[in-house]
Design a binder for this molecule. Structure first.
Ligand code: NDP
Ligand code: MG
Length: 363
């Protein structure tokens, strides 16, 4: 049994908090040796008191170099990237170069630079373990399977708080309504992404890179209970699914203990109490995020980075009360249409596209 020595980037966030809970739950398998926050010094120091030996890093005020140092510290063998947005990209690439396995919650970095991250990991012979619950579910379903036997990856989506809201009412939704997620308790950015379905769109692109499948094989089904975390269909038309209570501790633990499983104190799933599992087709026309993501993921190159960056800017504006909910989709689509994608981009080309899209979206 291997004890993983883990650096948690974004230790004060929602995922960071779950990661600390897992480390307390299975201390014989997970030791936190480093933690970062961006600006929340008090919360970071409190987290530091939970794990007294851990090195701490406050990465705000342009101290990005320190984040790279933390991610490459010799005492660690795994880095959990749980930073919101794209700030985790450089430290993640540095961790790979330093030979660390990566556990990735920050889907934005795989959307933006999935090809580069996966290529670097292959070259260095390190693992990229998915923490996003859907991808962790797919990863579990794929264990022991021949990749050539996969016919479809089916991501489940809760549908968000506006799953049943008439299209005409979407223009009037408030920030407060959008921040009320029906099944998961998460940070504000991903919660808005769940309401627009950009979260599922980002996850379609994330799946494409993580599991190296073409975009056409990645599908979405709405499943309001969020109990099936995702499914894989094989060429014989058999499907495998992974189920658990909706708690990010499950995928975090699996990423840390993989390829093994260990007991924990998490709540078991009571299927009879649950009663039913439902499925429905996503409302593609009313929530254009899924089609925009399929376009970006099929085109590839710098287009996914542009989608991601424009979405980040639009979400920030919406949270500030400076744009209406449907404008998030409009801004992303407009910026994507203006972009001339570069195929197989270098990291510099990706970062350039990211900056360009942020400027255009802000305008
Ligand atoms: P939170 O907003 O709760 O936490 C974000 C963390 O990142 C905090 O520790 C924050 O520090 C730090 N941070 C913020 N901005 C920066 C920056 N520019 N540079 C470095 N660190 C920064 O986010 P979540 O935990 O919800 O999400 C984290 C990532 O995980 C996202 O990419 C999200 O998509 C993904 N994810 C989250 C899920 C969830 O259940 N929450 C589920 C699946 C994926 P500080 O506290 O100082 O601001
Ligand atoms: Mg997810």
């Amino acid at each position: 049994m291997r004890r993983r020595r883990v650096v948690v980037l974004g230790a004060t966030g929602s995922i960071g908090q779950s990661a600390r809970k897992v480390a307390r739950d299975i201390p014989e398998r997970m030791e936190i040796v480093g933690m970062s926050a961006h600006s929340n010094r008090e919360k970071l120091e409190a987290a530091g008191r939970e794990f007294p030996g851990a090195r701490l890093c406050l990465s705000g005020d342009g101290r990005e170099e320190e984040l790279v140092e933390l991610a490459t510290m010799p005492e660690a063998d795994m880095v959990l990237v749980a930073i919101v947005g794209t700030g985790g990209l450089r430290p993640a690439l540095a961790a790979i170069e330093a030979g660390k396995d990566l556990a990735v919650a920050s889907k934005e970095i795989l959307v933006m630079a999935g090809e580069a991250v996966m290529e670097a990991a292959r070259r260095k012979g390190v693992q990229v373990l998915p923490v996003d619950s859907e991808h962790n579910a797919i990863f579990q379903c794929l264990q022991g399977q021949d990749p050539a036997s996969v016919s479809r990856l089916i991501l489940t989506a809760s549908g968000g708080p506006f799953r049943q809201l008439p299209a005409a009412a979407l223009g009037g939704v408030t920030v407060e309504q959008a921040l009320k997620h029906p099944t998961w308790n998460m940070g504000p950015k991903i919660t808005i992404d769940s309401a627009t379905l950009f979260n599922k769109g980002l996850e379609m692109i994330e799946a494409r890179w993580l599991f190296s499948v073409e975009m056409a094989k990645v599908e979405v089904v709405v499943h309001p209970q969020s109990v099936i975390h995702s499914m894989v269909e094989f060429i014989d038309r058999s499907m495998l699914a992974q189920l658990s209570v909706s708690d990010m501790c499950f995928p975090i633990q699996y990423a840390v203990t993989w390829p093994e499983r260990v007991p924990n104190s998490l709540r078991p799933l009571d299927l009879a109490a649950l009663g039913r599992l439902e499925f429905e087709e996503p409302r593609y026309a009313d929530f254009p995020a899924l089609d925009l993501a399929r376009w970006a993921g099929s085109e590839g190159g710098t287009l996914p980075a542009v989608l991601n960056a424009a979405n980040e800017v639009a979400v920030a504006r919406f949270l500030e009360g400076r744009c209406a909910f449907p404008q998030i989709w409009e801004v992303v689509e407009k910026v994507m249409r203006e972009h001339a994608p570069v195929a197989h981009p270098t990291l510099d080309a990706i970062l350039w596209a990211d900056r360009w899209a942020r400027e255009r979206a802000a305008q």
